[in-house]
Design a protein around this ligand. Structure first.
Ligand SMILES: NC(=O)C1=CN([C@@H]2O[C@H](COP(=O)(O)OP(=O)(O)OC[C@H]3O[C@@H](n4cnc5c(N)ncnc54)[C@H](O)[C@@H]3O)[C@@H](O)[C@H]2O)C=CC1
Ligand SMILES: O=C(O)/C=C\C(=O)CC(=O)O
Length: 357
């Protein structure tokens, strides 16, 4: 295989990785030149956020603990106002993609630097992609102001992530890498990261299911999440992410679970148009088929494989297909209004939990 033409732009970010890495928080805040950090979390992770604020001491401006999935615009406005009132010059986001997403909403408005401390495998901390939900419609955009400046990956913090969410969140990360391998603007560096990311996660997820507090498995998963998130942050998303944003944004399905159910079917749709990517994904998974390998990984790790099991109504599938083809993302096998029935059939299989066809 000859090397193809490509463009690669590296993104300025500092990553500190390791069990116990949270201990470097004060050093990293200093390196950012920040004086007053607003700590962000979900209500469920308030205790972790308070611990972070304690570690920051005089550098903590306060804690805002109302992050929720898909960043409702009302929450974003509230957090922006709190940051202004507290005269914060930095946001520290401890949590999953929802909390990082709230930090991004603040940064988009104010340019405040973000220090992210991810505790799931969603990968948002490595991307300039933000999402905001207004009047029930989720919009995504790209802006380098929202790319976290510093990321502290501490696998100790993901030990408490429930096994179910660990697996689905890990497959959310695999989805970033898998779509990166057939992205229109892919490049050899991201391809390497994608393969390594998938392999690390495929190794880690069954191990986490067996032993949730195994620090080696947690480190492997976070390493895979870092690599896969980096891929998402550098190259484009395709059909799979479009379907997940439709199902999550318009039907309020849980983000990581939707990724887990849809990925085998999106890969099957693209298999003939992207044969080299499928080979690389299958190889990284250690299976014969990429789509089936993902579904087997999910099933054997106890994750859902059917949309009907995560809250999707069969009667909404028509509408979902209509929305998904309205503003399609680029995809190796084009999809748009003309392919609406193919997308509807894909969603039916995903709804029923059938093998990827
Ligand atoms: N912009 C981007 O590049 C990306 C954005 N996202 C966005 O992120 C959101 C989903 O993020 P996720 O990380 O899947 O879930 P999440 O951030 O919503 O977290 C799910 C739940 O798990 C809890 N949790 C997180 N870490 C925990 C831990 N270590 N121990 C115990 N509980 C923990 C959270 O507090 C929350 O209650 C969606 O809105 C999605 O659109 C996801 C991937 C990439
Ligand atoms: O679907 C994903 O995992 C990637 C991107 C997003 O979720 C966009 C967002 O921040 O809402």
């Amino acid at each position: 295989m000859s090397t193809r033409d490509f463009v690669y732009t590296s993104q300025p970010q500092r990553v500190v990785f390791g069990a116990g890495a949270l201990a470097h928080l004060a050093r990293e805040i200093d390196a950012l030149g920040a004086r007053r950090a607003l700590v962000l979390s979900t209500p469920e992770q308030r205790v972790q956020a308070e611990r972070v604020a304690d570690m920051l001491g005089a550098h903590a401006a306060g804690v805002f603990d109302r992050a929720v999935m898909h960043v409702p615009i009302e929450t974003a406005r509230e957090a922006r106002e709190v940051a202004r009132q507290l005269d914060a010059d930095c946001a520290v986001a401890i949590g999953g993609g929802s909390t990082t997403g709230l930090g991004k909403a603040i940064a988009l408005d104010s340019g405040l630097p973000i220090l992210a401390i991810p505790t799931t495998y969603a990968g948002s901390e490595m991307t300039p992609i933000y999402g905001l939900t207004e009047a029930g419609v989720k919009k995504t955009g790209k802006d380098f102001r929202v790319l976290p400046r510093t990321v502290i990956y501490d696998p100790e913090l993901s030990r408490t992530l429930p096994v179910g969410l660990s697996v689905t969140s890990g497959i959310n990360a695999i989805a970033h890498a898998a779509e990166g391998l057939y992205a229109q603007d892919s490049n050899p560096v991201m391809d390497l990261m994608a393969e390594e990311g998938i392999a690390a996660l495929a190794r880690a997820l069954p191990a986490i299911r067996t032993k949730p507090d195994d620090i080696d498995a947690r480190s492997d998963a976070l390493y895979g999440a870092w690599l896969s998130g980096t891929v998402l942050g550098n190259v484009g998303m395709a059909l799979h992410h479009k379907l997940c944003h439709t199902l999550g944004g318009s039907f309020n399905l849980p983000h990581a679970e939707v990724h887990t159910v849809v990925l085998p079917h999106a890969l099957a749709f693209n298999a003939q148009a992207a044969p080299q990517a499928m080979t690389r994904i299958a190889c990284a998974l250690g299976t014969a088929s990429a789509p089936q390998g993902i579904q087997d990984l999910a099933r054997h790790s106890g994750a859902p494989i059917a949309l009907r099991d995560i809250g999707m109504k069969e009667s909404d599938l028509d509408l979902a297909a209509d929305i998904a083809v309205r503003n399609p993302y680029w995809n190796p096998k084009p999809f748009g209004p003309a392919e609406r029935n193919d997308i509807r059939a894909l969603l039916q299989r995903a709804w029923a939990g059938e093998p990827p066809g």
